[in-house]
Design a protein around this ligand. Structure first.
Ligand SMILES: *Cc1c(COP(=O)(O)O)cnc(C)c1O
Length: 383
């Protein structure tokens, strides 16, 4: 059947300029954290997205761990997060000894159902962690109102949210990560812009800015010392080594220079899928992504929703037989081996449905429009 070339599910985005910036980083003679490329990247983020403070980290996982430290999460605290997400969203808080209360997804979207989240709030709840799935914003007005009403920290897992926005009532666009108390972004090689491994913490709470730098610098006030704000540095708080090396930052810098090209290419492919699969949705065969009006997404993921788990598996196999690799996404965390005995027993039907029925299609920088045409045609043949 398939004499055509294989289409992998994912290929990491390589711009071609990374080797030159890496060589330059060596030339500069300093590869540890917070050097030339780290500062270039951090300045770029502040300028392009008006982030008040943006600090590179070794991963989004680390940015979330920093958020948990900044929010002083401790044993006995509860945090609320969606079950349909990656483990890092909640691991950061479990590491501090918190109990995770898992909320369901929305019936029409994998993002957290904030109404059901409200019913989970107790006197021990300290934070709400939202995940912008596929770079599509959660309802942040609602999330903010909830956190203000109950005095909770609002933390955005914006791992997938670089260059995506939440649009408020007055039509102002807010970059994902800039809305809660803290935002965490990822530059893992599976994301739109990569550093191999890498992340960013956006610190929106003014009063936490110095402490964020301290926590990232092993609990020392080294950053303040280097800025001349204190005359010697030492151990002033708990912290860890959350700084990436200049090698990662140099790769990220090369990638950021090409972000407009990579984003417009991804958006064009995403729209091609969306239009090409419209008639299958109209015929009731599958569902396409349902991007809320208040979200401007970044074409991080193109997914479709099959009517059953059986169908999703059949489609994966039929596409594979045609040389096209596709994959599902998260298993629900509330029924994971680590958490199932800790979960309070509620059924989270929508999270489970996305775990069973959501199928992701290839979408990356080196994918061409002809391949997307072939994938759309294959889906028309199969479903
Ligand atoms: C990728 C991802 C993470 C983890 O990012 P790392 O940079 O690999 O730590 C966390 N949450 C979500 C939703 C992700 O997609």
């Amino acid at each position: 059947m398939s004499k055509l070339p294989h289409i992998p599910f994912h290929v990491m985005p390589v711009i071609g300029t990374e080797i030159a910036t890496l060589a330059d980083a060596f030339q500069r003679g300093k590869l540890c954290g917070d050097g030339y490329y780290s500062q270039q990247c951090e300045t770029w983020f502040r300028q392009h997205y008006q982030f008040p403070l943006a600090l590179l980290t070794t991963s989004c996982t680390d940015a979330l761990e920093m958020s948990a430290l900044l929010a002083n999460i401790k044993e006995g605290d509860e945090i609320i997060a969606p079950s349909y997400t990656f483990v890092s969203t909640v691991n950061a808080f479990a590491l501090r000894g918190a109990t995770i209360r898992f909320a369901d997804s929305l019936p029409h979207h994998p993002n957290i159902d904030l109404d059901s989240a409200e019913s989970l709030i107790t006197s021990r709840t300290r934070a709400l962690v939202v995940v912008h799935y596929a770079g599509m914003a959660c309802d942040m007005a609602k999330a903010k109102a909830l956190c203000e009403k109950y005095g909770l920290y609002l933390i955005e897992d914006a791992a997938q949210g670089l260059d995506a926005y939440y649009i408020d009532e007055s039509l102002t666009k807010h970059p994902l990560g800039s809305i809660g108390d803290y935002g965490a972004l990822s530059f893992h090689e599976t994301k739109n812009v990569m550093a191999g491994e890498g992340g960013l913490i956006v610190v929106n709470r003014k009063e936490d800015r110095d402490r964020a730098e301290i926590i990232r610098q092993k609990g020392t006030n080294r950053s303040l010392f280097l800025k001349g704000q204190v005359d010697k540095y030492g151990w002033v708080d708990i912290g860890s080594s959350f700084l990436p090396s200049e090698l990662n930052a140099a790769v990220l810098w090369a990638q950021l220079q090409a972000i407009r090209e990579t984003q417009s290419h991804r958006l064009a492919l995403w729209n091609q899928y969306f239009d090409g699969l419209a008639s299958l949705e109209a015929d009731g065969k599958l569902q396409r992504p349902n991007c809320p009006d208040f979200a401007q997404h970044n074409a991080h993921i193109f997914y479709l929703i099959a009517p059953s788990k059986q169908k999703r598996i059949e489609w994966t196999q039929s596409l594979e037989a045609r040389g096209i690799s596709t994959t599902g996404h998260y298993p629900s965390l509330h029924s994971s081996p680590y958490y199932k005995n800790r979960h309070d027993g509620r059924t989270l039907q929508h999270s489970d449905r996305y775990a069973d029925c959501l199928l992701r299609l290839p979408l990356y920088w080196s994918l061409d429009s002809a391949s997307v045409t072939r994938i759309i045609q294959a889906l028309h043949d199969i479903v």
